[in-house]
Design a protein around this ligand. Structure first.
Ligand code: HEM
Length: 284
């Protein structure tokens, strides 16, 4: 290809294609809203007992905490302290003690990131369980619609070729050479597959494992996750992974062209790169 033709290919606008179905778009925004409320109400619930354990037991007489967030008095003032695997970190201002130095707020996570913003476990639980059920219903609706419409087979479940192409796609991502095709690229497929088929089910199942009602009817959940305390720790860890996914996801939306990306998740229409069978061809 001559230099002029190459420049023309890169600057020309490709066609608009219909990329996201109504079901994909509606479920995406419903679970984005649900996860926002679930995260903030979950941090309120965590604040009621800001420690995580591995094993069946928890309490003062046991020494099996992986994470503890609290406040300690040091030099006449209250400092926030986070202990992870036995190592303590000063987290004043963020975790354990936040707000004004003369009148610190002594909660694990500050009121700015909890729902409600003041200590209220009851309301936090009502909000958490409401959005938890909406989230589960949305996941099931997404699964059925994606199966019926072929979205699962075409865009989500990675094939052998996607796994092979993933390392090169990773190099392209590092160099910000992002492709705009009708279908998701190998890394997108793998990431969305992990989010939708590993992280989402894991956070729902570990949540259900903490419900005393469900312990009675589905005791196998307790065996599967090693008890309620371990399930709580996995639930929290999965939340951290989803927050990390969210940060990278938003970063990639911005890097890939936020207007085009957002248009596709709002209207369904996406502008793909000008046709180039070798690099950017449409792979239905
Ligand atoms: C907790 C919040 C979020 C989660 C868990 C999430 C997860 C996902 C998943 C799993 C997909 C693939 C869906 C499918 O194809 O069926 C997707 C696609 C997408 N999401 Fe999100 N999302 C979140 C928030 C957002 C936000 C806030 C934005 C916009 C700023 C956004 C923009 C997009 C776009 C544009 C796509 C289209 C696919 C692409 O081009 O990569 N998402 N998201």
């Amino acid at each position: 290809m001559t230099e002029a033709a190459d420049t023309q290919r890169r600057t020309a606008r490709g066609p608009l294609v219909y990329r996201q179905s109504v079901a994909t778009r509606v479920t995406h925004w419903v679970w984005a809203i649900c996860l926002f409320f679930l995260l903030l109400s979950g941090l309120q619930i965590f604040n009621a007992h800001p420690a995580l354990y591995i094993g069946q037991q928890s309490g003062f007489e046991f020494d099996n905490a992986l994470l503890e967030i609290g406040a300690v008095r040091s030099g006449g003032e209250l400092r926030g302290q986070t202990r992870i695997f036995g190592t303590s970190f000063d987290t004043t201002g963020m975790l354990g003690a936040s707000g004004q130095a003369d009148k610190p707020q002594l909660t694990a996570f500050p009121g700015a990131v909890t729902i409600p913003s003041y200590r209220d476990l009851g309301t936090g639980r009502v909000v958490h369980f409401f959005f938890g059920w909406v989230f589960l219903a949305t996941m099931l609706a997404w699964f059925v619609a994606s199966l019926v419409q072929g979205h699962l087979r075409r865009d989500i479940i990675p094939r052998g070729a996607d796994l092979k192409a993933a390392p090169l796609d990773a190099v392209d991502h590092v160099r910000f050479r992002l492709h705009h095709n009708r279908s998701y690229g190998p890394l997108q497929k793998i990431t969305y597959f992990v989010v939708l088929f590993v992280l989402f089910p894991l956070i729902v199942l570990t949540g259900l494992t903490m419900s005393p009602g469900l312990n009675a009817s589905w005791p196998w959940l307790l065996d599967l996750f090693g008890g309620r305390q371990t399930a709580r720790t996995i639930h929290f860890g999965t939340m951290v992974l989803l927050v990390l996914f969210f940060v990278v996801h938003i970063g990639m939306v911005i890097a890939a062209g936020p207007l085009n990306e957002l248009r596709s998740m709002i209207t369904g229409w996406y502008r793909i790169s000008p046709a180039n069978p070798k690099l950017e061809g449409d792979k239905p």
